[in-house]
Design a protein around this ligand. Structure first.
Ligand code: ATP
Ligand code: MG
Length: 359
């Protein structure tokens, strides 16, 4: 009842003509608290509390989201529509200093926690590329809300620091993957080097392109990307590589049984076909060249972050048991190895698909 009262009060600060009836909680979110608000008039809304621990300045997060969604809406592209408050801003602060925003609920939509068909993978590729294409002419600035989020050199620096302070026991447990990380540093730096040398351009990216951040309609057609909290400037490889890291892993991200971890090449192919179909006219030759390696790189960087957190005694990721972060690191690094085994096929598929959609 307390929560309902609180949600009603917050909902009423926004500019809607509808009356709060009841709420439901969305369970899929790991970061924010998301509630479905059902009104007397049967128009639904999504009310969301932004996680103030992860985002140091939640108002910047909301500002980025508003800018991007307004840019898309102006072009007639379906996206989340945020509702202003009666004070004409797009968020309100509660008594605990948390920020809340309200958006229209997209009717008859669904999300998937896992990809279970080639068609869903294809749709995910299509809609992610659509987002990248339609934001490529966005000219104003975005705040870098998570500095160094995908920076390999920064993640290596954190890793090196963790190595210095880690306990002997944890270092010993993790030795195999510490060696793996160090051995692969140079190879895994190629994308960042290309960014620094301006070989590949900086553009608007979503930065959290997992499948559960895509809304689908009831016919399983992708509607739009949601969860725009991490929208910043980046390179398309972050979105492409991270999507495939999550979509093509045949196991859960923390699966400890190595033999269950594989790279689903069919989902990769279908995703890539959709992705390149909607991005072909909007992607440079150099960007194409780095797509295949970005899958390994984005997987590796996650492995490195989990390994670092294990060495730091689990200060960042929530863990259920002492080896949880080590299991996650070993999972991601194993996936890197699996991707490598299929790298030739990946390279030639990206190349031939690009050629076929361009001609
Ligand atoms: N505009 C919308 N219309 C319909 N459903 C929505 C909308 N926005 C969010 N949802 C639903 O709410 C869920 C959580 O939203 P969102 O992904 O933004 O939260 P999150 O906590 O940041 O998620 P996560 O941490 O899992 O990435 C979505 O999976 C989706 O089911
Ligand atoms: Mg989400």
């Amino acid at each position: 009842m307390e929560l309902e009262k609180k949600l009603t009060t917050i909902f009423n600060t926004f500019q809607t003509e509808h009356t709060f009836k009841r709420f439901e909680t969305f369970n899929s979110g790991h970061i924010n608290d998301t509630f479905l608000i059902i009104t007397q008039e049967d128009i639904n809304y999504v009310l969301q509390r932004i996680n103030g621990t992860i985002f140091k300045k939640a108002s910047d997060v909301i500002e980025n989201k508003i800018k991007i969604t307004q840019h898309l809406s102006k072009k007639g592209i379906q996206t989340i529509r945020f509702i202003p408050t009666k004070e004409h801003v797009f968020y309100i602060e509660d008594a605990d200093k948390n920020l809340w925003n309200l958006s229209e609920f997209i009717k008859n939509s669904q999300t998937f926690l896992k990809v279970n068909s080639n068609d869903i993978a294809y749709q995910a590729g299509l809609i992610t590329a659509e987002f990248l294409t339609q934001t490529s002419d966005f000219e104003s600035d975005l705040v870098e809300t998570l500095p160094n989020f995908h920076s390999m050199s920064f993640r290596f620096q954190e890793f090196q620091e963790a190595l210095v302070s880690a306990s002997k026991t944890r270092k010993k447990q993790a030795q195999k993957w510490i060696d793996f990380a160090l051995l692969n540093k140079e190879k895994m730096m190629v994308l960042e080097n290309a960014i620094n040398q301006k070989e590949i351009p900086s553009r608007v990216t979503h930065n959290d392109t997992k499948i559960s951040n895509i809304l689908f309609d009831s016919n399983n057609k992708a509607i739009c990307l949601i969860d725009l909290d991490t929208v910043m400037k980046g390179c398309i490889h972050f979105d492409y590589g991270d999507a495939l890291r999550t979509i093509c892993n045949t196991a859960e991200e923390d699966e400890a049984t190595i033999s269950k971890i594989n790279f689903n090449i069919d989902y990769f192919k279908n995703y890539t076909e959709g992705f390149l179909k909607n991005l072909a006219s909007n992607i440079s030759k150099q960007e194409i060249n780095y797509l295949p390696i970005s899958i390994q790189i984005m997987t590796f960087i996650m492995g490195l972050r989990f390994l670092t957190d294990y060495l730091n005694n689990d200060v960042y990721y929530k863990t259920k048991h002492p080896k949880h972060n080590l299991d996650r690191a070993s999972n991601q690094f194993t996936l890197v190895q699996k991707i490598r085994q299929q790298q030739h096929e990946i390279n030639s598929f990206v190349k031939s698909t690009y050629m076929s959609v361009c001609h």
